[in-house]
Design a protein around this ligand. Structure first.
Ligand code: NPW
Ligand code: K
Length: 500
């Protein structure tokens, strides 16, 4: 699914009005109806719904929603924030429609007292939407602080007021929603962890904007959905054999950290790769062989004995989990980089080594996949950014410059491709912030790469599967109690879901 910017949203809105065609007031009615249905399914009608509406089209939505919720038997009060002398045409049309109902409407300006709010209320924020073009100031800013301080549950229409769709806002005057329902597409700002405090849990509803126009809107940002995953997923054929699915190699482990390779190796097996080998220090041999009997094991003892294929004959290599950054790890990494010329997966300590010795990046084959968590990404790029919007740009530039895929892990993990496109993940939960979760992901992506997925698809599919398996694990064990092995154990459920 595309993520489009505020200006494109405005154009698409206009195009839909002209070409569906539909009157703008009817499009507003449709959007408001989607919001009201979603709201009514989710929130009890015992509380008083206090709707704070601005004077643009977001405010218009708020007034239409007030009417609809009243008709759904909610107790509704409306506050109109008079930050301007005139409102949008559709705002005024909805104001007129609302005035015919016995709903309390209070107009707030700089001379008004702040309304009383408490746990018995639900606030609906319709002050500003995608038309916000500067930080909020004056009495509207004070009002937003007052709303934020209240104990009421907070819900935003389309986007929390004060948050920009696509740009950083250093300001504090932003509504802090517990829930946001956005129209048609998620906004770029929803993808960034720093905005979670404003956006809360978010959902999107299709409001029927013009399909053909959407197809032609250019964008660099995408939200990974199940349809997209189905379009890149390969299916197995009857006469395939284990050679068809490649031979993946996982490289890593150090004293006390062999478990990282065990997890990555198991995950690579479950991802569907045909054969798996793991390369660990010799003291990890027994641990690996007894924990993952399906895998073959290479150590410094048998690597020169011609008993295993040379590094350049594997279908894919994932390097870094638990590897450490000492001289041995460094020379192994360099030796592998010098022997191969196909894309590999670079994770954890292999990334830290590049952070320490940036020239190593020149040896990393084009098309490779780097999978840092935010701290590792900071080491990799010397942290040349001040907020997550800037980080995203640095991530894109890095991917373009080195022609690699860069996956920064976190909620809505971001995947920057060499083309400059960025994909955000839609699966996963906070239970996945647990030791070994990243090793599992490396295993999955390495396993997919072995199955001849293009690096960008292996990453996108890998991240989605990993998150989905994590969601099943959380259902089974809870977000709190789940561990990385539970993610591996649920990869089967994840595959079944995307194959169905
Ligand atoms: N997507 C769709 O297709 C559909 C979208 N719909 C809805 O429309 C919403 C977008 O509506 P919108 O364009 O009227 O913008 P909105 O945010 O209400 O702002 C209004 C005006 O406020 C002003 N202003 C800006 N910043 C300011 C500030 N800091 N302090 C003070 N004033 C400020 C600025 O005017 P200016 O002062 O710059 O002239 C701006 O024009 C969207 O979020 C969704 O809810 C649906 O109804 C139907 C389908
Ligand atoms: K809003």
């Amino acid at each position: 699914m595309k993520i489009i910017n505020a200006e494109q949203t405005r154009q698409l809105d206009q195009y839909t009005i002209e070409n569906e065609p539909i009157a703008s007031i009817d499009l507003m009615e449709r959007a408001s109806l989607r919001f009201s249905e979603w709201f009514s399914n989710k929130f009890s009608s015992q509380k008083t719904i206090k709707i704070f509406a601005g004077m643009g089209n977001n405010g218009g939505d708020g007034l239409a929603v007030a009417r609809m919720l009243y008709q759904n038997r909610y107790k509704v009060e409306v506050y109109i924030i008079k930050y301007s002398d005139t409102g949008s045409i559709d705002f005024h049309k909805n104001e007129k429609r609302l005035s015919k109902l016995p709903i309390k409407i209070i107009r707030l300006d700089e001379n008004s007292k702040h309304p009383e709010l408490g746990e018995q209320d639900i606030i609906i924020d319709a002050i500003f939407g995608s038309g916000l073009n500067r930080p909020i100031r004056g009495f509207t800013a004070c009002l937003i602080q007052h709303l934020n301080d209240s104990a009421a549950l907070k819900v935003s229409i389309d986007i929390p007021s004060g948050l920009f769709c696509d740009n950083f806002n250093a300001d504090e005057n932003i509504f802090r929603a517990d829930h946001t329902l956005s129209f048609q597409f998620p906004k770029l700002s929803f993808m960034l962890p720093q905005n979670h405090v404003y956006v809360g849990e978010w959902a999107i509803k299709d409001i029927g904007l013009h399909k053909e126009k959407i197809e032609h809107l250019p964008t660099s940002f995408f939200f990974i959905d199940q349809d997209y995953i189905s379009s890149i997923l390969k299916t197995r054929k009857k006469f395939d054999h284990k050679g068809t699915y490649g031979h993946a190699l996982l490289v890593g482990g150090s004293y006390g950290k062999i478990g990282a390779v065990v997890l990555a190796t198991k995950a690579a097996l479950r991802s569907g790769a045909g054969l798996i080998s793991a390369r660990v220090p010799s003291f990890g041999y027994t641990i690996l062989q007894s924990n993952v009997p399906e895998a073959m094991c290479i150590t410094e003892q048998n690597e020169d004995e011609n008993t295993h294929p040379p590094f350049d004959s594997f279908s894919s290599i994932g390097i870094g989990p638990g590897m450490g950054t000492d001289a041995n790890a460094q020379s192994l990494f360099i030796s592998i980089l010098q022997q191969i010329n196909f894309p590999i997966v670079v994770d954890a300590d292999a990334i830290n080594l590049i952070g320490k010795y940036p020239a190593l990046m020149d040896l990393v084959p084009k098309g490779s996949i780097l999978t840092p968590h935010p701290k590792e990404f900071e080491r990799l790029t010397s942290g040349k950014y001040h907020n997550q919007y800037e980080r995203l740009e640095v991530q894109r530039e890095f991917a373009k410059e080195y022609e690699v895929t860069v996956l920064v892990k976190g909620a809505h993990s971001s995947i920057a491709l060499p083309s400059g496109e960025v994909y955000f993940n839609s699966t996963g939960n906070s239970g996945m912030a647990t030791g070994g979760s990243g090793d599992v992901l490396t295993g999955i992506i390495t396993g997919l790469l072995a199955q001849s997925y293009r690096p960008e698809y292996a990453t996108i599919l890998g991240v989605y599967l990993h998150g989905l398996a994590g969601d099943f694990a959380a259902k089974e064990k809870s977000e709190t109690a789940m561990i990385a092995s539970d993610i591996i154990n649920n990869l089967g459920e994840a595959y079944k879901t995307i194959l169905s």
